[in-house]
Ligand binder design. Structure first.
Ligand code: 2HG
Ligand code: ZN
Length: 454
């Protein structure tokens, strides 16, 4: 059956775009975290929307489940096979439309990487509201499917807020096409909004019309040492109020910084080690350094600071934050938790979470960092076997008790399905299941993701 199916799909996409050799499939079968992997029946790389839709129709008509995959930078196992699915890769959906300078929008293929999009629109004088550390690999389709967040959510919102229109293939091979280039369109359900965050369970995104933001050439960054989350939140609230150019407010802690310094060989940012660090970036047409420094002076409450305007100097400050993920990975395979708390409960969460982990699994080592203005902390837990969920369970329960969400940006994937009920109500889940059943009645699109095994 696989031979026959592969041959039919090859008839649509060309035989060189149906990958069956174990060596060639391998990079599509294991995710970036190395925690999730499964055997793919084969991998298909359609070259355009029509090829993708027709391949999907052939596969689902045969009752074969499908896993859509973008840049494979997901962190919750939602983009790799669990065993026996066909992987539909967006890698060849790489069209880059001309920037519509009047509307401030562009239409691009789902397989375009974020870095490629940034390069394309910067050449036309524009920028994009979402930016993330995995920009060189993550794709627009995957970012929409996961409603990616990143470092600028506080100013521009998550991926959902950037999507003005969408094209997506449904499970029966039909194509939803809402690429209107209309700033206002109140004609029924918001399909782009629904597909954003649907994790490939409702349809496969093939193209998107994206809202752009003006390119702001003036940039200023500051790294601060503070003595804890309470002080950090105090600084953040004043900086937000005083610096309208604020684009990013990130946090990390002493143990994470130690790990980054050890792994990267970077020099320590300040002579003294501090419990907590804040990283701010402002962006404006003109140099926002005066505004940032003025806001920091108004805030006070920090022990040491370093500021930078020039690109390489800013990158030097960002490295302390952005190199957390790789430094943690170098120590082992972490359990990756990505939680959001209401800002008034963030201090309590940070004060409790290390103890919570220790109590659940004494040998576990939690490292925290994240997007403080969004109340979003990445809790990476090292030192536990892949199937040891003691720390995960305890941390996610703490999050639920404090009124948070078990996933702020990475999604549920297959990693968090067991805990979805902690922060989504029964009626929420029933409504989501009804949507899933309406759009994918045979459960062939990314089965197991969000809801777990049916
Ligand atoms: C980030 O903010 C990403 O850098 C990855 O969301 C977080 O590695 C992580 O846990
Ligand atoms: Zn993040």
């Amino acid at each position: 059956m696989t031979d026959h199916l592969a041959a039919r799909v090859a008839g649509v996409v060309g035989p060189e775009h149906v990958l069956r050799d174990a060596d060639v499939k391998a990079s599509y079968e294991t995710d970036w975290t190395r925690r999730y992997s499964g055997d793919a029946r084969f991998v298909v790389r359609p070259g355009d929307t029509a090829e993708l839709a027709e391949s999907l129709r052939i596969l689902t008509e045969a009752g074969v489940p499908v896993v859509p995959q973008g840049g494979n930078t997901g962190l919750v196992g939602g983009g790799v096979p669990r065993g026996g699915e066909v992987v539909v890769s967006s890698s060849r959906l790489s069209s880059l439309g001309e920037v519509d300078a009047v509307a401030g929008e562009v239409t691009v293929g789902a397989g375009v990487t974020l870095a490629r999009l940034q390069e394309h629109i910067r050449a036309a004088g524009w920028n994009f509201g979402v930016d993330l550390a995995s920009r060189d690999s993550c794709t627009i389709g995957g970012m929409i499917a996961t409603n990616a967040g990143g470092i600028r959510v506080l100013r521009y919102g998550p991926m959902r807020a950037q999507v003005g229109g969408i094209e997506a293939a449904r499970v029966d091979g039909s194509v939803i096409r809402r690429l209107p280039g209309l700033a206002k369109d109140n004609t029924g359900y918001d399909i782009p909004g629904l597909l954003a965050g649907s994790e490939g369970t409702l349809a496969i995104v093939t193209r998107a019309r994206l809202r752009l933001i003006p390119q702001l050439a003036g940039r200023a960054a500051a790294l601060l040492a503070v003595d804890g989350v309470a002080a950090a939140l105090g600084v953040v609230s004043v900086v937000r109020a005083h610096a309208p150019s604020l684009e990013a407010a990130e946090v990390f802690f002493a143990d994470g910084l130690d790990l980054v310094l050890r792994h990267t060989g970077l020099p320590a940012p300040f002579p003294d080690r501090a419990p907590c660090y804040l990283l701010f970036e402002c962006a404006a047409r003109d140099d926002p350094m005066g505004e940032l420094v003025g806001a920091l002076e108004a805030a006070g409450g920090f022990e040491a600071s370093a500021v930078a305007s020039e690109r390489s100097q800013r990158a030097r400050l960002w490295a302390y934050r952005e190199r957390h993920t790789e430094s943690i990975n170098a120590e082992g395979v972490p359990h990756k938790l990505d939680v959001a708390l209401p800002l008034p409960r963030l201090e309590e969460f940070e004060a409790c979470v290390r103890g919570t982990v220790k109590k659940a699994a004494p040998e576990a080592r939690p490292i925290l960092f994240g997007h403080i203005a969004d109340g979003n902390l990445h809790v990476n837990v090292l030192g536990l076997a892949a199937d040891d969920d003691r720390a995960t369970d305890a941390v996610l329960r703490l999050v639920a008790e404090l009124g948070g969400s078990i996933s702020a940006e990475h999604g549920i994937g297959v990693a968090k399905t067991r805990w979805l009920h902690l922060t989504r109500s029964e009626s929420d889940i029933a409504a989501m299941r009804a949507i899933k059943a309406a759009l994918d009645p045979a459960n062939l699109l990314n089965p197991g993701v969000i809801f777990g095994k049916q």
